[in-house]
Every structure is written in C-alpha cells, then in structure tokens.
Design a protein around this ligand. Structure first.
Ligand code: PLP
Length: 434
C-alpha cells in the first residue's frame, strides 16, 4: 500500500473532523502506518515529529512499551462491562489515585468518555445541584475566547466563533466575561473587575463559571496569569457560584505543574480531565467534585434527585489501565521536574523568533509555546502554508489560524526540539509576501 492508494480509499468512505473535505482536492491526507516515541511513519516511508502531541493528547510518545504492556495485561482480563450496578479494579484504582493527587476538597469522581461529555456532566451536575437545593439557576458564565468542546452544551459555554456561530440558535443560556488580555497582573486585575460586575448583577441566575485555567487552547493558545484564577475563586465563592475548571488540555503536566490550578493555589468545585489522562491512548474523561455536591444528590430513590446521566463506555477498563500506567510513569520518572528542563529548551528556541518581523505575541506556559504571524488576512490561510512546509520537512505542526504553537510529547529530546523549531523558523521565512 502507498500513501496515495490509502488516501483515495479513505475519501470514498470517511468524513474527517474539523475539516473542509474539499481541501483534500489539493491537500493529501497522510495515512500513518506506525508510530514510535515522537515519530509518525507513513506508507511512503516519510517520518514526522508529532510537535502537537496528536491534538494535545499524547504525553509519553506513541507506542510506549510500558503503557502497551499494561493495556495488554488488562485486555486479557476484562475489556469492558456495564458500569451501573457493577464496578472493576482499574476504575477504583484510578479514581483513588486521581483523588489523591488533586485538590483536597475533590473527593468524588464521575467517569465519562471524552472531553466534551465531561463538560456536559459538570454543567448538568452544577445546575442540578442547585435545583436539588431548591434554587433554579439556568445560566452559565464563561470566558471570552474560551473553548470547551463541540457538543451543544459544551459549544454553548465556548466562544470561538469558527465553531459556534452556525449553531447559535440551538445553544443553551450562557454569558461571557472578558479573559485577561495578556499574562500581566494588571490584565488579571482588570478582568477580575469585569467578573465582579457581572457576578454582582447575575449571580442569582448563574450556576457555574467555567474556565480553562492559564491557557485557552483552541482560543489560539491565549495565556494569562494565575492571579486571575485566584481572584475568580474568591469571587465565585463570595457570590455562591460554582467554579468549573476545564483542565482537559492543561491537565497532567502541560503547564509546568501537574494541574494548572496548583499555580493559583485554589480548589475548584468541579475539575474536568481528559486528553492526557490516558496518555493519548484511549478515550476517557472524568469529572471530580466535592462531597458537598455529591451529597446534594444522595437521598431515597423516590425523592428523584439522582444524577441519571450515563455513557455506554463509562469507565472503560482498558482506558483506565492506560491512565494508571500513565500515572505510574509520572511517579517513576519525575516528569514534572524533567519538563521544567524541556520547557527551558523551548524558551531558548522560542527567543530566536523575536528576530522575525512577521512574528508577534511570543508566549509560553510550561510545555506550550506559541506565537502569532502578523500582517496576513485570515483568507490567506497562512497557517496552512506553515502546516504544509512542516510536513514536507518532517514536522507535524497544525497551526490555529495564524497562531503557530508547539505542544510536544514530554519524551521529546533537545535535538528533536531544536529540529521542530528550526523547521518552523524556515516556514515563516519562506512565507509569500502579504
Ligand atoms: C479538547 C478540549 C475539549 C473537548 O474534548 P473532546 O475530547 O475533544 O471532546 C474541551 N475543553 C478543552 C479545554 C479542550 O482542549
């Protein structure tokens, strides 16, 4: 089989995500035959460094021998069972370990199977909590430029027009408060003032404030100061509004700490995790919450207060075993400390981009580095040119609009990092005149 043969077969049958399929008239799909570490290999024997962790999920490289082994061991025991009325060891072990490593007030864990469904769970739980307490709050508050997934509820609390605009008439009630405009304390303070004004006016209607801590991923890797989170926690407490932290992208070491909220020393009412949870192996997500929330649903059946949300693949044992293996690796290999060194290499490489006139807003938080290309209309699709240049030179970069970002698996070496930054640098240099 060749790349071309598989590409043509694929197009006969498959509708790909986040894609205008007509683009594939000029842009070939790349069939991947196998992968190891940070490298992907196609059917024409080309290799690509996965500089974006395969959409932000892969943290320990592809085909990791330890994680492979743990999933195989689980596969020979139990692949999946109904999770209502039944349970299994991988789910119990994983819940216990996640509760141990997250904020002290998070004491209960609910399983789902992808990021968006974790968001749906947290929104429904928050609304339902207040309802069970006799208060009807049917509004959610989120940040401008936020992204929380693609299902109707998750899309409603997001604010990226590209994904949201078309579906506006279908969405649930949501209002937005401005995200801090940059990483300074001043910007955080300014945004906190706006937040307090909204909460003062609307807190009676708002169940929860949902936030991507420190980095807004799909919102072009926009970054802000932990001080904002600290203030947001104080204000949501003061006004009786839940704080939902969407750490689907930022969780598991991405921002320099195991969870981004640690940098603000706060404890949320809900914590949503997915993506890196299974080290990029299998779909799984969880929502952690407090005993306070849990107990508002705990009563005799006929009081009808139970949380009846469910997904068929809730708590899949194979996915749980991948997540457990991933947590083993964090412990055994001091990943958070190692990432500090890797992040410092990234900072050094990133600095060179200051030389380029077309580059602005150079920024970094932990294992995410980004900059914007200026001076081009969105219709020029300049990010796509960088993407194509990267592929031709063996690097998978997948810009968000005019934002180029680097979010590699944690196992990337200094030399591999230098290579992806070199290719990105050349990609900017060879851009057509605007
Ligand atoms: C990816 C992402 C989601 C949605 O997760 P899916 O598994 O793609 O549904 C939600 N929130 C954030 C911050 C994300 O990055």
């Amino acid at each position: 089989m060749t790349n071309l043969e598989l590409f043509e077969q694929d197009l006969k049958y498959i509708w790909h995500p986040c894609t205008q399929m007509k683009d594939h008239e000029f842009l070939p799909l790349i069939p991947i035959k196998e992968a190891k570490g940070v490298y992907l290999y196609d059917f024409d024997n080309n290799q690509y460094i996965d500089a974006i962790s395969s959409w932000w999920v892969n943290i320990f490289g592809h085909n990791n021998s330890y994680i492979n082994q743990k999933i195989k061991e689980q596969l020979d025991k139990l692949e999946h069972i109904i999770f209502a009325g039944f349970t299994h060891k991988p789910a119990i072990d994983l819940a216990q370990r996640l509760i141990d490593i997250t904020a002290a007030s998070l004491q209960k864990l609910f399983f789902a199977d992808n990021g968006s469904s974790a968001i749906e769970v947290s929104l429904k739980m928050s609304y339902h909590y207040f309802l069970n307490k006799g208060v009807k709050k049917s509004l959610f508050l989120s940040l401008t430029n936020s992204y929380h997934g693609e299902t109707i509820g998750a899309l409603s609390v997001g604010d990226v027009d590209l994904y949201k605009k078309t579906y506006k008439p279908l969405l649930i009630n949501n209002i937005q408060t401005p995200v801090p405009k940059d990483k300074t304390i001043e910007a955080a303070n300014e945004a906190l003032e706006a937040l307090e004004n909204i909460l003062k006016k609307e807190h009676k209607n708002i169940a929860a404030f949902i936030v991507e801590p420190l980095i807004q991923g799909a919102g072009n890797m926009h970054m802000y100061h932990p001080f904002y989170l600290k203030g947001a926690r104080e204000l949501t407490k003061k006004y009786g509004v839940h704080l939902i932290l969407d750490e689907i992208m930022t969780g598991f070491g991405r921002t320099g700490t195991m969870f981004a909220y640690e940098q603000a020393e706060i404890e949320p009412d809900f914590l949503c995790l997915s993506k890196g949870l299974t080290a990029g192996y299998l779909p799984l997500s969880v929502v952690l919450t407090t005993n306070e929330v849990y107990s508002a649903f705990y009563c005799d059946y006929n009081e009808h207060k139970a949380f009846l949300h469910s997904h068929s693949y809730t708590g899949n044992p194979l996915a749980c075993s991948a997540a457990l293996a991933s947590l083993d690796l964090f412990e055994k290999e001091s990943i958070i400390e190692k990432n500090r060194t890797t992040a410092s290499y990234m900072a050094k490489e990133l600095k060179r981009f200051e030389e380029l006139d077309r580059v602005e807003n150079i920024r970094q938080t932990g294992m995410v580095a980004a900059f914007d290309i200026k001076g081009y209309e969105p219709s020029k699709r300049i990010g796509l040119k960088v993407y194509q240049y990267g592929l031709k030179n063996g690097v998978l970069l997948r810009p968000l609009g005019n934002t180029i970002y680097f979010m590699p698996p944690y196992v990337i070496t200094k030399e591999e990092l230098e290579y992806i930054f070199k290719v990105a640098y050349e990609a900017i240099e060879q851009l057509p005149a605007n």
